[in-house]
Design a protein around this ligand. Structure first.
Ligand code: WT7
Length: 641
């Protein structure tokens, strides 16, 4: 464990507030959340803070009525926030757009009206497949305004991955853009949507924002330009029940298709706005930059909903953080006077690779607070971020959470009292979060020992369920330990009570800080005409987290040849999108399997990484291990595939 880093006295003085609030949140949750949910404006008060009569389906703030878009916009348009900047948007080419709270309110209303005109009504589903443009939060808020449940699909996914999510969510409309600039090249989003709609069912219309200006195909009576359908008028915000779903967001698991995580209206909003305040304590005059993509939970919670509910000014950047030059992030901080920068260890490692000379080109003195999310931050990246970017002045708020938790769970808190930081530890649980670290039998492990981290009590940000699959919700999260929420990560609690998160306990890969299921990649591989079986695992990569490695066998009649691997990779890119393309695909004659026929990824991975394969007594075909070994030797000799 690394040494405790003494922080400035002024940060440590208020830890007592943390202990007081934390204790109260667990001892008297009713009183605590009654107080904390006042951060929202309600149309009709709720009856009960927490209904746990159907656990683990916990329901918060039952029978209350509110609207999330009202809480982000309407309540600000008649006071001093009316003309405050809500978003500063910067394109990859450096063009900038600024929208105030009133401006955003007008634009959300205009688009909500367009959605109503298209026949959408409360409870309908739409898919957003959009880049980092202002129309993305506008679309999210317009849906929330009229009670339409949106599901955002990250624009790095390909047509097949998109089609699957459209189908599972039963979306009637897809909202997209013509294209987006990514490192100077146009990604043709509309074309990918066309392909996805061909592969899916039930989509009546596609709405297209003109953004990159690339030529696209527009089908009559199906495709509409955003600019042609918006109508500048007021739309009354729908009165939503506290537990009406706000959005669905897909995340990967080890088995089956991606899980559609369903978040509530009131519990989620209460959670994200309070957690942002606790962790970062943003001030009214601050400029806050959450440098995540809006298509992931980080973007939903901390680019859109929490900052707007707190009335903050957020930065939104369209492009790649190292384009056109590796100083892009630092340039944006200087240019816009960013005070709080929230990013990921992957991004830090990427920018660190280019050296100190890039941050040195810019004045970063506006920064007060730094934050990270997505994976454990390695000490080298932490030190670089702290010294080179934060100039030893800015605490690093390492926030541990996941799509299902809605917002931060374990994180240092600037508002409640910042603990002395230890690089690589997310420190202490936020109020309402009651963690425990357990062994396989459900016994609590000793301090310093590794186990599964669970949360013993519900908190308002917990998802409602898995879309169309209540059983999966219970099986995945609440069955290993009854009624305790299984986060799926290994963790250690050190003797001083600090939490250290150690990564996934299952076979889910971390690609650029996000969970990608091996199964989804394997499914895409075996759906190709040449491939019989596939095994996918992650190779630790110093920058990316995990690099995707695939071992496959071919169907009868197909032969390994030079062009095949390239062609497979090419088609994977088209189907799943760039983030899910394996770095290496290896063709072998057989894969190691258990006697019951399960492919043993663990064995392949161990051999590949030059580790001992462990127990292989259950293997049906030991010879296949030798084949993998030989294949790996060939790869090593040739220095690649
Ligand atoms: C998983 C959730 C939460 C938004 C980004 C990823 C890992 C996340 C940390 C952290 C150690 C972390 C966990 C978690 N993780 N933040 N600060 N320290 N690990 O969202 O795709 O839902 O992934 O990310 O493994 O379970 P996600």
């Amino acid at each position: 464990m690394s040494e405790t880093l003494p922080m400035d006295e002024k940060y440590n003085a208020h830890m007592s507030k943390y202990f007081r609030e934390y204790e109260e949140s667990l001892k008297d949750p009713e009183k605590f959340w009654n107080e904390k949910t006042k951060i929202l404006d309600w149309f009709k008060p709720y009856e009960k803070v927490l209904d746990d009569s159907k656990k683990p389906f916990f329901r918060w703030f039952t029978n209350g009525k509110l609207n999330v878009s009202y809480n982000c916009l309407d309540r600000y348009i008649n006071n001093e926030k009316r003309n405050k900047v809500a978003f500063i948007w910067v394109s990859e080419k450096g063009q900038e757009k600024i929208v105030t709270y009133y401006g955003l309110y007008k634009r959300v209303n205009a688009f909500a009206k367009a959605l109503l005109n298209m026949g959408l009504k409360k409870g309908d589903k739409v898919t957003l497949y959009m880049p980092m443009i202002l129309e993305s939060p506008i679309a999210m808020l317009a849906c929330a305004r009229i009670g339409v449940v949106f599901t955002f699909v990250f624009s790095g996914f390909g047509a097949e991955a998109l089609a699957q999510r459209i189908n599972d969510s039963k979306s009637k409309i897809v909202i997209t853009a013509d294209g987006v600039y990514r490192k100077g090249n146009i990604v043709e989003l509309k074309k990918i949507v066309d392909d996805a709609v061909d592969l899916s069912e039930g989509v009546d219309s596609i709405i297209v924002v003109k953004n990159a200006g690339n030529r696209i195909n527009m089908e009559a009576d199906r495709d509409y330009y955003y600019d042609d359908i918006i109508e500048d008028t007021y739309v009354k915000p729908e009165e939503m029940d506290s537990n009406d779903p706000l959005f669905i967001l897909y995340t990967s698991g080890t088995t089956g298709k991606p899980k559609g995580i369903v978040h509530s209206s009131a519990g989620y909003s209460t959670w994200v706005s309070n957690t942002l305040k606790w962790a970062f304590n943003p001030q009214d005059s601050d400029r806050f930059w959450c440098a995540a993509d809006i298509g992931w939970i980080t973007g939903h919670s901390y680019i859109v909903f929490a900052p707007l509910m707190l009335g903050l000014t957020s930065i939104m950047y369209e492009g790649a953080i190292d384009y056109p030059k590796p100083d892009r992030m630092w340039q944006i901080i200087e240019r816009y006077g960013v005070n709080i920068l929230y990013t990921s260890p992957t991004a830090i490692r990427l920018l660190m690779k280019f050296g100190e000379k890039y941050p040195e080109l810019h004045d970063l003195s506006s920064l007060k607070t730094l934050g990270t999310v997505g994976e454990p931050i390695n000490p080298a990246a932490w030190q670089w971020f702290y010294h080179i970017i934060g100039k030893d002045r800015c605490p690093i708020i390492d926030t541990y959470w996941q799509t299902e938790t809605g917002g931060f769970t374990i994180s240092p808190s600037l508002d409640l009292g910042l603990p002395a930081l230890k690089p690589g530890s997310a420190t202490f649980p936020l109020p309402g979060i009651d963690p425990e670290i357990l062994d396989d039998e459900g016994n609590e492990v000793k301090p310093g020992e590794k186990g599964y981290i669970v949360l013993k009590k519900p908190w308002p940000g917990l998802m409602l369920t898995v879309n169309n699959d209540d059983k999966r919700y219970v099986d995945v999260y609440f069955s290993k330990y009854k009624n305790k929420y299984l986060m799926g990560d290994y963790a250690i609690r050190d003797p001083e009570g600090y939490y250290w998160l150690l990564g996934r306990a299952d076979e889910v890969l971390k690609i650029a800080g996000h969970r990608i299921g091996t199964i989804e990649i394997e499914d895409a591989l075996v759906s190709m005409k040449e491939i019989a079986e596939a095994a996918v695992f992650g190779k630790p990569d110093t920058v990316k987290g995990d690099a995707i490695i695939a071992f496959v066998t071919l169907k009868h009649g197909f032969e390994k040849n030079a062009g095949l691997i390239d062609s497979l990779k090419h088609r994977m890119r088209d189907n799943l999108g760039p983030i899910m393309v394996p770095e290496e695909i290896h063709i072998v004659d057989s894969l190691p399997k258990t006697r019951s026929g399960k492919i043993m990824r663990r064995v392949i991975k161990a051999v590949y990484l030059d580790h001992l394969p462990g127990d292989i007594s259950t293997l049906e075909n030991e010879a296949s291990v030798d084949e993998i070994k030989k294949a790996v030797e060939v790869i090593k000799r040739s220095g690649g595939d």
